[in-house]
Design a protein around this ligand. Sequence first.
Ligand code: HC1
Ligand code: SF4
Length: 580
Amino acid sequence: TVSLTINGKACTAFPNETILHCARRHDIYIPTLCELDDIDHTPGTCRVCIVEIVQAGREMEQFVTSCNTPVGEGMVVQTRTPKVRAMQKLQVELLMADHLQDCATCTRHGDCELQDLAQFVGLKENRFFDRQRTEAREVDESSPALIRDMRRCVRCQRCVAVCRYFQEVDALVMSGTGVNRLVSLRHGFEQVNSTCISCGQCVLVCPTGALGERDETDRALDYICDPELTTVIQFAPAVRVAFGEEFGMPPGTNVQGHVIAACRKIGVDVVLDTNFAADVVIMEEGIELLERLKAGRKPTFTSCCPAWINFAEIHYPDILPLLSSTKSPQQVLSTLAKTYLPEKLGVPREKIRVISIMPCTAKKDEAVRPQLHMDGGLPETDVVLTTREFARLLRREGIDLKDLEPSEFDNPYMSEFTGAGAIFGTTGGVMEAAVRTIYAVVNGKELEDVELTQLRGFEGVRTATVNLGGPFGDVKVAMCHGLGDTRALVEKVRSGDADFDFIEVMACPGGCVDGGGSLRSKKAYLPLAMARRETIYNVDRTRKVRQSHNNEQVKTLYRDFLDAPNSEKAHKLLHTHYSE
Ligand code: HC1
Ligand code: SF4
């Protein structure tokens, strides 16, 4: 180990550890904007982490960026001298010089790391702001999912790193020089026609409002407030376990009842559950899988994650025939809300608007796909709000989730869900849910141990062999999350080096519990997944019914409306195709 002092406190460090990292371990705060420990990112571009050091044996002090300067034996580090504080303050002022000055109307207001730094250094004025130069920067609004506003970029490059090293999509690059150096899409593309797959992982690490989702809270409110319309809301499996934090509840708190109450309070007419549709997806996808297996077609990839679909379409179009044709739960629920529900409620489908709340930015892309519009051009899903937007919407309506009395679903057609539907929200869940049902279909009896623990974990790829019985025997399944690992697995499938029957892919590391539309954490990447995932497994464990095929409302749906899984009608309504 290495011994040094920081602000007079004796500290021990690991060889080659940075001063910033060592200080953090010893609970000494050094401000920074670009460094992010969770992704091992220390570009040294923001220069706010400046500290004073005196190396052993030397008298001269030096000023260095602590995020990329290693500790030295006997080093004396000062982080709070008047000189250091003045330099940190100047750095923040320089960062503000070409940062849009409209904090009060920015979607990150109150949740911005640059604002925090301005407070920390005690910034009182902004002498160098150059409005013309700042306002001339690019704002890319071409994508239905994401907005890239370079007027707010602080060049931290975290987005570039996450996209390149974690997702291995590598859609983002730094371009330009000097004060014009900024993030852009590779080859100068706009977001919408780039290789970006809208996963939103870059948004999760952006310290300011430079990257964010397209805000559609106004459109949602327009529908909710229109007395002529019947508004239907659905919310994703993961939303209920990844939302309470925003209102001060412990991470992983199940706020399902609060979300239902909030939806009613803002005036939504019908509250439905995406979990119900997840159960329907298992029926459709499960039977589809068995038919493919009988025909010797393998592997089949799951198709519920829209960023994964984008990835396959853009980066590996030759594998599209391997994707299940079953629509995602979001789209299944929306379709049923405009076909099945009108019959039950006696409301014409033209008067129905479906709003979905998703922990996902790519769901916005999904909703505008031409093949997910009904005859006559009506979209199945009208508006997708990310979890972050839903929080914003509640604030706009003056609602604090904590103050609400939890409520129950009351729709008798599309709100019941099983443990299988619930676990869709975490990686491996779709596969686990599918196995429970296909086993029962093949064997005419329930799987004894419904928890497929081999698929539970955080490794990028997990595999299991399941004895399905009947003509199928052993079936090899895999789950994969994060696109870096997905790319490697897809390459193996293409080269014949991976032998699987069924593969679940979730584009976001951790699955939907840490989706790119979730609440962001300052200074951390994906820190809350464990707590959220544990709650989801508990929901499954405590559910009376844990298999999709035993969901009573699902049975009624097939009896009254769809006939049978994969029937002609089910195929027409609940299956889709992909575009090369
Ligand atoms: Fe997901 Fe899904 S689980 S994709 O991760 O299949 O977003 O939560 O809603 O559609 O059900 C997200 C979550 C979500 C769909 C379901
Ligand atoms: Fe990369 Fe995903 Fe961000 Fe697109 S949304 S730039 S793919 S991290």
